[in-house]
Design a protein around this ligand. Structure first.
Ligand SMILES: NC(=O)c1ccc[n+]([C@@H]2O[C@H](COP(=O)([O-])OP(=O)(O)OC[C@H]3O[C@@H](n4cnc5c(N)ncnc54)[C@H](O)[C@@H]3O)[C@@H](O)[C@H]2O)c1
Length: 333
């Protein structure tokens, strides 16, 4: 039975993927500080086996204890705070949480001879360019979140060159599904719109809504993620949906589904954010090497999310402590 450590196990990718691993017969050890995920998202089998650890990855000595105790063979490092638009206002937090904590993971992977570490980077590393982005395009991130992700990518390359630590880099984008954090006001646009609908508030769009994004259902990531343990060492993969939509169209779809559930949100446009207008990727490499196939039916995925969301407890929507207040958007004040 292979031992796999999953960081960010209480989040969207971590919770779904760890259930997949358990069902395939792996032993799973999970870490999460519950800053962006919820304990009840974690598969009960992991909690019951005592293999869930609640601490911040910045706590290097606690992390070392987990590696020492379990000696994982593979590490999926999903933990991060992926609030790209907010990252310029929380620079210190962003680099600590997304870069330094990743370096703590890499140190332990080297020290404990992990077979491979799989890191979720982001499409944010591409920055402004001409989509669809391909893996051979030079990264040029335009915000601290993308810069942190790219720095981890470079560090992984270095760790392989010097210590032989094998790795994969996944660059996902706009993954959606149940167990997404819909209470965070800074990220996960469809989740935000579902929460706004349930609260009787308008669906809010930053700017004119002509930005394009491609959304994919988490369920299609499971097998390709698993395959990375044993194949395609040191490769980078974009992963996500091929079909991009204008946000206006997705907002209208969420509104329609909300109506089916008895909610009647209006759609409201807010001031624009500093963001890349059109961002989506080419996924040929993941299709060819990992058998990735995105069969997302956006309408039914959003309907499933809505059905799940109405059964969730009302959770707190937190305000971050801004390190930079200058030019902060009115809707985040
Ligand atoms: N979901 C997407 O569309 C998407 C797109 C691009 C990249 N990614 C990347 O994929 C990964 C997983 O994303 P997700 O959507 O599952 O996010 P998520 O927020 O749902 O899950 C991340 C989890 O990590 C935990 N975490 C954060 N910082 C931590 C820390 N310092 N110590 C311990 N735990 C910590 C959070 O509590 C949360 O449960 C992230 O690295 C993210 O940057 C996701």
């Amino acid at each position: 039975m292979k031992k796999v450590l999953v960081t960010g196990i209480a989040g969207l990718l971590g919770s779904h993927f760890s259930t997949h691993l358990l069902n395939q017969g792996y032993e799973v050890i999970g870490i999460d500080n519950l800053s962006g995920g919820y304990e009840d998202y974690i598969d009960k089998r992991i909690i019951e086996s005592g293999n869930f650890y609640n601490f911040d990855l910045l706590q290097a000595s606690q992390l070392d204890e987990v590696f020492k105790k379990h000696n994982p063979e593979y590490v999926y490092h999903f933990a991060a705070y992926a609030a790209e638009g907010l990252s310029p206002f929380i620079r210190n937090f962003n680099y600590n949480n997304n870069l330094i904590s990743s370096i703590n993971i890499i140190n332990n992977c080297i020290n404990y001879n992990v077979n491979k570490v799989i890191f979720t980077s982001s499409m944010a590393v591409y920055g402004i360019g001409t989509p669809p982005f391909t893996e051979d395009q030079s990264p040029s991130p335009v915000d601290p979140y993308g810069i942190a992700k790219y720095a981890v990518e470079l560090d992984l390359e270095q760790a392989f060159d010097q210590f032989g630590l094998k790795y994969n880099i996944i660059r996902p984008h706009n993954v959606i599904g149940t167990k997404q954090n819909i209470w965070d006001k800074y990220r996960n646009v469809i989740g935000i719109w579902i929460r706004e609908s349930l609260a009787g508030n308008p669906i809010t769009i930053f700017g004119d809504g002509t930005q394009k994004r491609a959304f994919s259902d988490i369920q299609f990531y499971m097998k390709p993620f698993e395959l990375l343990m044993t194949t395609n060492d040191c490769e980078i993969f974009n992963i996500g949906a091929d079909h991009e939509y204008e946000l206006n169209d997705i907002a209208t779809l969420v509104q329609k589904i909300a109506n089916e559930f008895g909610y009647n949100p209006e759609i409201k446009h807010l001031e624009p954010r500093h963001e890349v207008k059109d961002a989506y990727c080419n996924h040929d490499k993941a299709k060819n090497a990992l058998g990735f196939e995105d069969k997302t039916n956006i309408e039914s995925t959003i309907r499933d999310m809505f059905e799940w969301a109405v059964k969730q407890p009302v959770r707190e929507t937190k305000k971050m402590e801004y390190e930079v207040e200058k030019n902060i958007y009115s809707f985040w004040k």
